[in-house]
Design a binder for this molecule. Structure first.
Ligand code: T46
Length: 137
């Protein structure tokens, strides 16, 4: 599976680092929502869903975590361990987040407001939906 990663250039100087991300310039969508996941307990795995329309960029701004991606045909595991690295997740992509390091903060830039109806939480329904869209399967 092709994984889309973004390298955001740090504006570093002798005081430290700063990363700026501008809507309409650095991202493939306009950001309507920002949330972050922190204080994740050891061994916890989260996510277990896909989205009908939502696109997101995940950045582990502190510490590290791993992301399991599944498009219904292929899977990928992505390590997010730098605050200048963004992972794009399209809609119709099953995701799970795991292996959070102590103190990890996962920042998410989202293309839509929160909407529970946008979630696909049943894996079999997800597979049926994505495979049904591909007429070659
Ligand atoms: C995703 C992955 C990467 C809200 O009230 N507003 C929000 O914007 C969000 C994202 C969540 N919530 C509430 C809903 C639940 O009661 O916060 C609680 C935890 O959310 P959830 O169980 O959906 O969290 P994760 O970590 O399983 O998934 C989240 C996002 O929901 C999801 O869109 O792609 O992070």
């Amino acid at each position: 599976m092709e994984v889309k990663l973004y390298d955001f250039p740090p504006h570093g100087d002798d005081r430290g680092q700063l990363i700026a991300i501008e809507a309409g310039k650095d991202l493939p969508f306009d950001v309507k929502r920002v949330y972050y996941i922190y204080d994740t307990l050891p061994g916890v795995r989260r996510g277990f869903h896909a989205h009908r329309n939502l696109q997101q960029i995940l950045i582990c701004v502190s510490g590290s975590c791993k992301i399991h991606l599944d498009n219904g045909f292929d899977t990928a595991e992505v390590l997010l361990d730098r605050p200048d690295l963004g992972l794009y997740i399209s809609n119709d992509m099953w995701r799970e987040m795991y292996d959070f390091s102590e103190g990890a903060v996962l920042l998410v830039l989202a293309s839509q407001h929160y909407d529970e109806a946008d979630y696909i939480r049943n894996y079999d329904a997800f597979i049926e939906m994505v495979r049904g869209k591909d007429e070659t399967v």
